[in-house]
Design a protein around this ligand. Structure first.
Ligand SMILES: O=P(O)(O)O[C@H]1O[C@H](CO)[C@@H](O)[C@H]1O
Ligand SMILES: O=c1cc[nH]c(=O)[nH]1
Length: 149
């Protein structure tokens, strides 16, 4: 998976207790199958390299994703966290999708995600900001096309 590719998740792992006021942790965070398929066709047709798989929604960007930071005092990241999830074939981390999938299922609204890959954690390769914005615009047009079909 390279920065600038598209990642579509059919399901998400999530931090324990996320949206506990709405539903217990055993309820799945999943996409609407038909909408996801449509987004997959439209983004592929727009020329993106499209991946699908299970992702992970975390409540924090640093320790929640096993990422180091420059603050010397205080809690440190668990450096084994990413390999734990990699061994279980979790393809990507982000911070919103599970919440949207859960609320959408509970309120019966079709939902799917469409993520532009910002960084490859293994190579630490990032998309430069300007290019990243351009990819988002193109991806948003493809998603709108899929929704209006
Ligand atoms: O893919 P990018 O733009 O880095 O988005 C991610 O970055 C934010 C965290 O700072 C969250 O919104 C997460 O989903
Ligand atoms: O590593 C990443 C990249 C984007 N968004 C995240 O939450 N984590």
């Amino acid at each position: 998976m390279a920065p600038g590719d598209i990642m579509l998740n059919h399901a998400m792992v999530r931090d324990q207790g996320m949206l506990a006021a709405y539903v217990s942790d055993v309820y799945p965070a999943v996409a609407d199958f038909d909408l996801l398929q449509k987004i997959k066709s439209y983004t592929a047709r727009a020329g993106f390299n499209v991946h699908t798989g299970i992702g992970m929604t975390t409540q924090s960007y640093y320790l929640g994703q096993g990422r180091g930071h420059a603050i010397e005092s205080g809690p440190k990241p668990d450096t084994s966290l990413m390999s734990y999830w990699q061994e279980r074939h979790i393809a990507n981390c982000e911070m919103e999708t599970a919440v949207l999938f859960l609320l959408a299922s509970l309120y019966q609204i079709p939902a799917a995600n469409c993520l532009v890959v910002h960084v490859n954690r293994l190579s630490d390769q990032w998309v430069p900001d300007k290019v990243y914005k351009g990819y988002h615009l193109k991806a948003a047009e493809a998603v709108l096309g899929a929704c209006l079909e």
